[in-house]
Design a protein. Structure first.
Length: 539
């Protein structure tokens, strides 16, 4: 009898542990020196695309695009969820759009990141429900310095916060109820491009009183405890202001439009922290906010002020601790610059929105290779033609390489390359070699292209001491041994090929004309390829 009871208990525990393992939620996990997204208990790389703002607002309109997503090798769609459509009447919720979105994604074997278009979308409150928009007394707007109302809900109103929390919490509870087992929804973006415009801060009565009051002790404590870790832009600003350790906002940070921006950023962060925490109490998925980047030479308010911008990262970290990370929407040409600004201070890089140009293909390879980004996602993905756009070809490579990339994250074995006519050469060190990558279109043998501003990009992965995978488009690559005793690198072999579920399948051997008789290896701009290189050294 005891033996039977023991066996039954063992079977129960085994079944319980199996259920528990299946329902572990998506989360971020530090692996070696990198942060990785874990989905269904496995590392996951977001090869993504963001829908246009209105695409997910109609079931029939969205339906035809799923086949296109598959053809573009997308594994994750970033899709808006609209407060006004979820709660058209206060306290009455309709999740039909969300349910259909999850259903369609499952049929296509695609994961979802949901974008909460709640209190703010691109600064404005255009997706708030009618019953919020029209009740100005109960749900007050932000006010300009001239006393004029804006189409922006004030973050200083408890009513605005409470209404947003109720709807957001209901959304997360609903997702938990219908999706905690399948885990189709893997992450949540809280609001969209939060910011103030056309002024640096809100001038409502509550904001004016708080601006004259003492800087919150929590922020001062964060600055004191993290002074040497602060981002340089913020650290330099407070040092110039005099390093006062207490007082009003202007006494601590100086009288400036940038101080007004810091103030506004703090209270945006406080609002978002409460909102995200309420959502996580219902269903603790990873959550982040995204930034509309600031243009150089413009002042806060001239650009969207007080969002999770590079120079304000510490303010957001201190005020919105329930968030998992901060993300940039990159439409500016200097892609490398903004990747570096967001991949620092322990903040993992995720690009939820980027220009859907041909350059997106190279940018995706660079971000995931050089910065071990959680993922990449160009905007308006439904507009990208799988046949005539470069993105799908780059995504095909990322899809094949995902197991190899995820296996080697944080081990100093992966690098990314991004070249164009203004930066035609990049030299990196990886393993025992200095690797020089040149812009292939500058070579006299390169095929011509009609692209106006072509970008070349690639990922380099060290597999062993003298073996590398190089994948991408538009690169000529040479190797130089770091060991000076044998200063010349030769190619034992260059093979083109592909990966199938992490297994290398070689194709042609490229040891002749394709590598210029052993002088270099080449990835033509006209295509996207994966090549495996084996090296030896001589003198």
């Amino acid at each position: 009898m005891k033996k039977i009871i023991y066996i039954l208990c063992l079977l129960f525990l085994t079944a319980y542990n199996g259920i528990y393992a299946q329902t572990d939620l998506p989360h971020l996990e530090r692996q070696d020196n990198s942060i990785t997204l874990i989905v269904n208990n496995k590392p996951y790389l977001i090869i993504g695309g963001e829908l246009g703002n209105s695409t997910a607002s109609d079931i029939k309109y969205l339906h035809p695009f799923w086949e296109k997503f598959i053809e573009n090798h997308v594994n994750t769609i970033l899709a808006p969820v609209y407060w006004e459509l979820i709660e058209p009447q206060e306290g009455k919720y309709n999740f039909d759009l969300v349910d259909n979105l999850i259903k369609e994604a499952r049929k296509s074997n695609i994961k979802l990141v949901l974008l909460w278009f709640g209190a703010w979308k691109n600064s404005m409150s255009c997706y708030a429900p009618e019953w919020v928009k029209t009740n100005l007394k109960r749900f007050p707007r932000a006010i300009t310095s001239k006393g004029e109302g804006l189409e922006i809900l004030s973050p200083f109103s408890e009513n605005n916060l409470d209404a947003d929390i109720k709807a957001f919490s209901k959304l997360l509870a609903h997702i938990r109820e219908i999706d905690s087992k399948e885990q189709t929804v893997i992450m949540i973006q809280v609001e969209n491009e939060i910011a103030m415009i056309p002024e640096a801060r809100d001038y409502c009565d509550t904001a004016n009183e708080l601006y004259k009051s003492e800087v919150p002790g929590e922020l001062l404590k964060y600055i004191s405890e993290n002074r040497e870790k602060l981002v340089p832009e913020f650290k330099n600003y407070i040092e110039k202001a005099g390093n006062n350790k207490s007082g009003s906002w202007e006494e601590v940070f100086g009288k400036s439009v940038y101080t007004e921006e810091i103030f506004q950023a703090w209270y945006y962060g406080v609002f978002i922290n409460k909102l995200a925490l309420a959502g996580k109490n219902e269903y603790p998925l990873p959550m982040y906010v995204n930034a509309a980047l600031n243009r150089e030479g413009y002042l806060p308010g001239e650009y969207p002020s007080a969002g999770p911008l590079p120079h304000l990262m510490d303010i957001w970290k201190a005020s919105a601790k329930s968030l998992d990370f901060l993300s940039p929407d990159i439409y500016f040409p200097d892609f490398i610059k903004y990747c570096k600004l967001y991949n620092r201070g322990g903040n993992p890089l995720f690009i939820p929105e980027a220009e859907p140009s041909f350059a997106a293909a190279a940018n995706a390879l660079y971000a995931i290779g050089e910065h071990e980004a959680i993922g990449f996602s160009p905007f308006f993905i439904e507009s990208i033609d799988p046949e005539n756009h470069r993105l799908g070809k780059a995504y095909n490579i990322l899809k094949q390489l995902s197991p190899i990339i995820l296996k080697n994250r944080g081990k100093n074995k992966i690098r990314g390359v991004l070249l164009d006519k203004d930066m035609p050469v990049q030299e990196i060190q990886l393993g025992n070699y200095s690797i020089t990558c040149s812009f292939e279109l500058n070579d006299k043998y390169a095929a011509k292209t009609i692209d106006e501003n072509p970008k070349a990009g690639g990922i380099i992965i060290q597999l062993s001491e003298d073996e590398y995978i190089i994948a991408g488009s538009g690169l000529i690559v040479t190797f130089t041994p770091i060991d000076k005793e044998y200063p010349i690198a030769g190619f034992i072999s260059i093979d083109e090929g592909k990966y199938d579920n992490g297994k290398w399948i070689p194709g042609r051997r490229l040891n002749g004309d394709q590598n210029h008789q052993g002088r270099h290896m080449r990835l033509s701009y006209q295509d996207f390829e994966i090549q495996k290189v084996r090296l030896y050294n001589y003198k």
